[in-house]
Design a protein around this ligand. Structure first.
Ligand code: 6GU
Length: 227
């Protein structure tokens, strides 16, 4: 799988993919992540990529040409399953959509900036739009990093223990149960006895109960949703 990220501020994306699970996935050849500077495609003599909005509201708008040419150049090299625009007015990102995207082909992620991008890019070139929550970020880069991380960890072979991604919070609309490690007692704080019983059937029942209880307490809304 290849993920191409188009950004006006590519420096923001230097960190998130160079450590931990995403780094390992790249090293294993399971994913290729390429960050592009939209400016590289600008045909303007000053490499301009934005302009004032028609109608005269505040802020600058990313122009069509560099973005359209960047997408065309990428599409001439390989096929893409989706062109995704990260925007606060997009569909709220949920695990269900992430699962789906992790099984598609290559992806283009387009990061907005300034006041936004020319609406015609969204109408004619973008196939899906996601927001990562009801708050405003300075640009789509951090959201693109969130989406990329969430997708990459689901690619088969990326996480060593195959079970691990399936037991994440949200995978069955339940929050994950609590986890503990050694020591069994610290400062008088004890690990629940059941986890040390060796009775795997009882342990699994307890974990399931904990997941349901935690979800009921912390995120009861998850019981009413199917993605
Ligand atoms: Cl995808 N972009 C921006 N700029 N802000 C956001 C967002 C995306 N998701 C939540 N806030």
């Amino acid at each position: 799988m290849r993920i191409d990220i188009l950004s006006a501020v590519p420096g923001l994306l230097e960190g998130p993919f160079s450590d931990s699970i995403v780094k390992r996935a790249k090293e294993k050849g399971l994913v290729e992540i390429v960050v592009h500077n939209i400016r590289d495609w600008s045909t303007d003599k000053h490499k301009k990529i934005d302009d004032e909005p028609f109608g005269g509201s505040a802020g600058m708008v990313l122009t069509i040409q560099p973005i359209a040419d960047a997408i065309a150049a990428l599409k001439s090299e390989r096929t893409y399953a989706e062109v995704i625009f990260l925007t606060p007015d997009g569909e709220q990102l949920k695990q269900g959509a992430v699962n789906h995207l992790s099984m598609q082909g290559n992806l283009i992620l387009l990061c907005g900036h300034y006041k936004g991008i020319d609406q015609r890019i969204r109408e004619h070139l973008v196939t899906r739009e996601f927001s990562i929550g009801d708050y405003v970020l300075s640009g789509g880069e951090l959201a693109a990093a969130v989406l990329t991380d969430a997708i990459v960890r689901l690619i088969p072979g990326v996480i060593g223990d195959e079970q691990s991604a399936l037991t994440d919070s949200f995978q069955d609309n339940l929050l994950a149960p609590p986890v503990y490690t050694r020591p069994a007692e610290y400062n008088g704080w004890k690990v629940p006895e059941i986890l040390r019983s060796g009775d795997h059937k009882a342990i699994n029942e307890w974990l399931e109960e904990q997941a349901v209880e935690r979800t009921q307490d912390l995120r009861p809304d998850l019981f009413e949703k199917d993605s």
